[in-house]
Design a protein around this ligand. Structure first.
Ligand SMILES: [Zn+2]
Length: 152
């Protein structure tokens, strides 16, 4: 299952950090040693979350690497990675959703670690995924169809 490697990876990352205080100072929230999605999280949403976290699944940086996509770009022209979609893409829809996300965690510049490893970060990431549907098969196919339509 997808969540097993992610837990291991997560713990490894935390253990490997030479100075835990550096990010503790940076983030006032406790970093979870394993991912705990809120109870009742829908399966498709949980799946998207783990895909985003692991960089696998319906995301073109990955699909291109395994020769399942013709390129690795999101429609903005930048490489389609979790970090880009969550944190820096200027695509209008993503910016709108991200603005909501930032309201809740505005003291900090959100980082991928914050969004994937803290309770509030995970909640916000799930909100983001729910609103954007990124990292679902349907989302990926819609992107693909849009790109086809643009080329015609
Ligand atoms: Zn972008």
């Amino acid at each position: 299952m997808l969540d097993q490697p992610s837990r291991q990876q997560n713990q490894q990352n935390l253990n490997q950090n030479p100075n835990p205080n550096s990010y503790r100072n940076q983030f006032p929230w406790r970093l979870w040693t394993k991912i705990q999605l809120p109870p009742g999280t829908k399966r498709i949403l949980a799946s998207s979350f783990y895909q985003l976290k692991l960089g696998h699944g319906f995301i073109k940086a990955y699909l291109h690497r395994i020769s399942q996509a013709g390129d690795n770009q999101y429609r903005c022209g930048k490489k389609e990675t979790a970090e880009h979609l969550l944190l820096s893409c200027r695509d209008t829809q993503l910016v709108t959703v991200r603005t909501k996300l930032k309201d809740k965690i505005q003291e900090l510049r959100p980082s991928l670690r914050l969004l994937m490893h803290t309770k509030i970060g995970i909640e916000k990431t799930l909100d983001f995924l729910r609103d954007t549907r990124i990292c679902t098969r349907r989302w990926h196919l819609e992107q693909w169809q849009e790109a086809q339509a643009r080329q015609e």
